[in-house]
Design a protein around this ligand. Sequence first.
Ligand SMILES: Nc1nc2c(c(=O)[nH]1)N[C@H]1C(S)=C(S)[C@@H](COP(=O)(O)OP(=O)(O)OC[C@H]3O[C@@H](n4cnc5c(=O)[nH]c(N)nc54)[C@H](O)[C@@H]3O)O[C@H]1N2
Ligand SMILES: Nc1nc2c(c(=O)[nH]1)N[C@H]1C(S)=C(S)[C@@H](COP(=O)(O)OP(=O)(O)OC[C@H]3O[C@@H](n4cnc5c(=O)[nH]c(N)nc54)[C@H](O)[C@@H]3O)O[C@H]1N2
Ligand code: SF4
Ligand SMILES: [Mo]
Length: 673
Amino acid sequence: MRTVQKAVCPYDCPGTCGLLVETENNKILKVKGDPEHPLHHGLICEKMQGYEKAVNSPERITTPLKRVGAKGEGRFEPISWEQALTEITDRWKQILKEDGPDAVIGLSSSGTQGWIQKSIVDCLFNKMGARQMIMTLCNGAKGAAVDSLMGGRGCLCGTELKDSDYYIVWGCNMKATRLHTLALLNQQRKKGKKVLLIEVCAVDNGKYCDEVLLIRPGSDGALALAMMQVITEAGLAADGFMKEFASGWEEFRATLPQYTPEWAQEITGIPAEVIRRVALEIGHAKAPAIVGGTGPCRRKNGGMNIRLSIILSAITGGWANPGGGYLGENPRSGPVLNRALIHRPDLRTHFGEKANINLLSEILADTTPSEKVKAFYVSGGNPVNAIHNQKKMEEALLREDLFTVVHEQFHTDTTSYADYVLPATFSVEHTDVYTPASFCHISTGLKAVDAPGEAKSNWETICLLAQYMGYTDEQFSLTAEEMLERLLSQPLEPLCNMDPAAVETLRRGGTVALPYSDHLHFPTPDGKFRIIDETLEEPMPRYIPDFDDPYPLALTAIPGTLSLNSVFAARRDLMERRGAMILYLNPEDAAERAIVTGDRVLVKNDLAEVEFTGVVTELMAKGSVGAPGVYSKKDAGQRLLMNALTHSRLSDMGEGTAMNGNYVEVEKLRERN
Ligand SMILES: Nc1nc2c(c(=O)[nH]1)N[C@H]1C(S)=C(S)[C@@H](COP(=O)(O)OP(=O)(O)OC[C@H]3O[C@@H](n4cnc5c(=O)[nH]c(N)nc54)[C@H](O)[C@@H]3O)O[C@H]1N2
Ligand SMILES: Nc1nc2c(c(=O)[nH]1)N[C@H]1C(S)=C(S)[C@@H](COP(=O)(O)OP(=O)(O)OC[C@H]3O[C@@H](n4cnc5c(=O)[nH]c(N)nc54)[C@H](O)[C@@H]3O)O[C@H]1N2
Ligand code: SF4
Ligand SMILES: [Mo]
């Protein structure tokens, strides 16, 4: 019998879209957008329109596997769950006994954003006392900047943008990562509202915007300062409003005169007259909105860049008007459900070392006896392709004394190094609850079909591993459905005040809209928008430069429009359309190196030399090159990928990724074949 059930897109994408899943005889036939979704009304990206192709793929891993070849070869034999669980936990027990819990790392990465399936992995590793992970691979510096200024609350919800009167899309690839925002802005442009793009690479989004400012990577803080200088000098800053709702405004304002457009032109590469004109447009807008992406935050000065752009969004007083403000972080003040019920920090009795995901290659490769990691568990992640310093990561995973277990849906470049691979489910094969970034809603998706073969969800796998470890906590005998019920029956604000019918919707699987946050109410120590933050290394916002590496071109990671990190790598239809690894170059940089579109180019720095196919475009800022998408070795047809060129370094705030703060030289290798 054919049935249609509501589901949720589980991926690490600000939308958390609602889906309708059509099933027959325990098989997914078709997945489409849910027109009843209260915020998105059925709009989903083309990647998810073919979700059934991935779920039904014959390439899925369907049994536990044990390595038979050398590490990295990717040769395995199928074994039973019983054997896998026994052998894995015997080894873990031995490592805990001989080396202690600091020798264990459990990585619950971004494969699924479902609270239940993601956080249960952390629960087991809390229980084991393993190294605590600092998960700041996406936007650690941006989150820290928002926390510093606004106490973690006050960002716009995507639907509020309908009321803005001017849009600044700042380092955000809407076409790839914010489909709903792109659709909304397209509508607003028809009403005569302006969309300004501030980007290092406008290839994907330039055509959807009225004006493009191509900026030198990492110089966004200087641009924001110069715009504020122009706005204050022209008498367009809302002084009364700022004095009332912000702290430190007058002291900060006094620093602005030095930041002229001419000063910023030198740093940003944007002509002073353009900075002046655009700043005045923003100054005259009643409710300007900044759509802030992660690009400018992924560098040494990332937190400062974001602090300055958010202050710019506030100084005209637009925050007091509907639609005015900053979109780019969680628009709610806090969680609506109690995540601690799942990851159970209270089960942790050993508080040893911490591990930042951005430094993972170095941490795993460290063979100092006291620092050595001996057990590595990967769930929902593909560190070989996605984490900085690929060569170091592979060197680490080759270590004979690093015991690696990977829970995956498909073979990846990371599973090749695993001692054991366990088969994972897709979101339609398990139950979970989801909350988006940048929107105000909550969704649940209940299991719609059984998993193929012996695949098990993160929840089931972790509970079994825990039981084989001998852990008797009640947590590990619950089902995911029982956990969902616990979460829904112990809600936090504002779910406590939710209509009982809405809670029933979540019990059955569906989406409920939540109220927006109050954009003028800040849980900072003095209850104000905090411009000067004495708890930071740089209390007063000012321009600081990015890393000072001895290579001329900045290398930027651009999100792929046909991929989402590794999660669509198994979709042959999408990967064939995407093609080989390309590198965007500005015409001047290309001409200096005699490179034309189609040439094979070699990108080099102190870490590696990686080949790309060059694409010369005026939509790439001078002084920078851009590499879209995360590739597998198979899709790229080569061993070294983009992250062979990225250093394991951190941003100025939030211990965040500095993935875009990498510098390279490019040379022509050979002409197109
Ligand atoms: N289709 C698709 N969707 C995705 C993803 C994906 O890979 N593909 N990734 C998902 C994940 S995990 C995340 S964290 C989010 C990220 O999504 P967002 O937070 O919305 O940010 P991005 O769209 O990644 O923004 C990156 C943009 O910043 C630009 N940029 C880089 N450096 C600078 C700079 O110094 N200044 C300026 N002005 N611009 C700069 C890049 O060219 C790029 O276009 O998206 C999620 N959604
Ligand atoms: N060059 C470059 N590097 C990047 C980025 C970039 O844009 N360019 N983006 C960066 C960002 S923002 C991020 S967040 C990281 C992402 O890096 P990771 O967190 O490592 O995520 P993915 O690479 O997407 O790998 C996720 C894996 O989880 C699997 N998976 C999906 N659902 C489940 C599930 O329910 N259970 C289990 N066990 N597995 C599941 C998928 O098959 C996939 O292989 O990459 C970062 N690295
Ligand atoms: S990947 Fe993003 S845009 Fe596409 S369906 Fe999922 S949440 Fe929506
Ligand atoms: Mo991310």
